[in-house]
Design a protein around this ligand. Structure first.
Ligand code: AMP
Ligand code: ZN
Length: 462
């Protein structure tokens, strides 16, 4: 039995797909105006983990991920510039060139992180006619209205508006969080179609003149086109709850009268050094940069798996060091089992498997499931059966544990040293510097030295 936390109902619910054995799932994808950073990838690692847990349970997935290449403005309140147009002017390239370049890089990183590409990857600009039809439907049934070439969704027409984020229109009115736009009947109405300004590059002919679609409408349109009026799961980051997903839900219900998705799942934010990631702080790290500093993309995946998706996760290079060492140690342990010939207690093995399944099915408790893997590898005698179960679990973790052999050969650092190094990192994270120094001394006794660096560490033979 799988239980998933549903933002819409604010509780964990038993999940079963609505139709046959296939889970229909929509994941909000990247806006391809720039490189995706490690925070964005936390969201896609979550998406992938969810997919793998569902597959592990025997379900098929029909997944859609959109590529936003038009309509995502720099502000959520229908003001500001289209991010793609802005990047295109800055880099002196066409929006298509910008989109192609960053989308390509995005998929390179997905691959490095072992994130499976969803079954349908769809671009907003390939669906402009579908979007226009969707908006036309909303205008025709009175849920939307046009003013000067802009089309807005009439929020007051939908009784249930605000149900995802738990706000009601009365609170919204009191809060007045959105800048006043005289065209809107209510300040909380949002744009479905936007009139193109004079020099706008991306624009299409529509019943309301030359313009381009808003950001939210693309997801409602493509979700419906590929998955139907109601699908099983919708995913994204927590930042999507109050505006993007609230508005998607409203538009879809406005047109079809049906609930767009039964389960809404949101991943909490990745922070860096306890604070926000931001370009101005220079801490929007890319996968590429982690690699240049000597980490593998899978060290980052391992790091993400150690935090529950509904909790904030704090990225530091010390924590990434800890993940890197832990992953190496994990590979060594698995390698030992691969060639193990000791007899294995099948019942005990089954117990580990049950614990693993219970934890992944309990709203994706992956940190606990990883703990089960570690305990199994450490407690069980070296046996091929243990190795096989570890690989079976790795269908969910996605850590390429089958590649344990080459990594083992590359590394001539003994497991004992790696363990001490990891304990030392953990001690430093807990600010127990006395213990950290003692561990350093032990490492040196074994003939190795740890050299602390600004962005990590190095282990050398003495
Ligand atoms: P964007 O390309 O800005 O639309 O974002 C792509 C995805 O990354 C969305 O699902 C966001 O919610 C998510 N996201 C953005 N920043 C972070 C972060 N710091 N931590 C986790 N997810 C994030
Ligand atoms: Zn979306």
């Amino acid at each position: 039995m799988i239980k998933l936390y549903n933002t819409l109902t604010r509780k964990k619910e038993v999940f079963v797909p609505e139709k046959d054995n296939t889970v229909r799932m929509y994941s909000c994808g990247p806006t391809v105006y720039s490189y995706a950073h490690i925070g964005n990838f936390r969201a896609y690692i979550f998406m992938d983990t969810l997919r793998q847990v569902l597959k592990y349970n025997g379900y098929k997935i029909d997944g859609v991920m959109n590529i936003t290449d038009v309509g995502h403005l720099t502000s959520d309140g229908d003001t500001g510039e289209d991010k793609m147009e802005k990047a295109s002017k800055k880099e002196n390239k066409t929006p298509i060139e910008i989109a192609e370049f960053y989308a390509k890089q995005f998929f390179v990183d997905l691959k490095k992180l072992n994130i499976e590409t969803p079954e349908h990857v769809v671009k907003a600009t390939d669906h402009i006619n579908d979007i226009i039809e969707f908006v036309k439907g909303l205008v025709e049934n009175g849920m939307a209205y046009e003013v000067n070439g802009n089309v807005y969704f009439d929020v007051l027409k939908l009784q249930s508006y605000g149900r995802l984020s738990g706000i009601n229109l009365e609170d919204l009115k009191a809060g007045a969080r959105i800048a006043v736009n005289k065209e809107k009947k209510s300040p909380y109405d949002f744009a479905l179609w936007i009139k193109a300004p004079e020099n706008h590059i991306m624009k299409w002919q529509s019943p309301w003149g030359l313009g381009y679609p808003g950001w939210h409408i693309e997801c409602s349109t493509m979700g419906r086109k590929y998955l139907g009026d109601t699908f099983d799961i919708h995913t994204g980051g927590v930042d999507h709850i109050p505006v993007h997903h609230e508005n998607e839900l409203a538009q879809s219900e406005g047109l079809t009268g049906k609930l767009q998705a039964r389960f809404w799942m949101h991943v909490e934010f990745l922070q860096v050094d306890g604070g926000k990631m931001s370009k101005s702080l220079g801490n929007c790290y890319l996968i590429d940069e982690l690699e240049k500093r000597g980490y593998s993309a899978l060290d980052y995946r391992y790091f993400c798996l150690n935090g529950h998706y509904r909790k904030k996760l704090n990225f530091t290079f010390e924590a990434l060091d800890s993940s890197k060492t832990a992953r190496q140690r994990l590979l060594q342990l698995i390698f030992a089992h691969k060639n193990g010939k000791e007899p294995c207690d099948e019942e005990k093995l089954q117990e580990f498997k049950n614990q693993f399944v219970d934890s992944i099915n309990d709203d994706l408790n992956i940190p606990y499931a990883l703990g089960v893997l570690w305990t199994m590898l450490k407690e069980m005698p070296n046996s091929k059966k243990v190795y096989e179960l570890a690989l079976d679990m790795d269908r969910v973790f996605g850590l390429s544990l089958e590649l344990c052999e080459p990594e083992e050969k590359q590394s001539d650092i003994p497991a004992e040293v790696l363990e001490l190094v990891q304990n030392r990192i953990d001690a430093k994270l807990k600010k127990d510097y006395k213990l950290a120094d003692e561990l350093r001394a032990k490492i040196e006794e074994l003939g190795f030295v740890v050299i602390d660096k600004r962005d990590g560490y190095e282990i050398k033979k003495l």
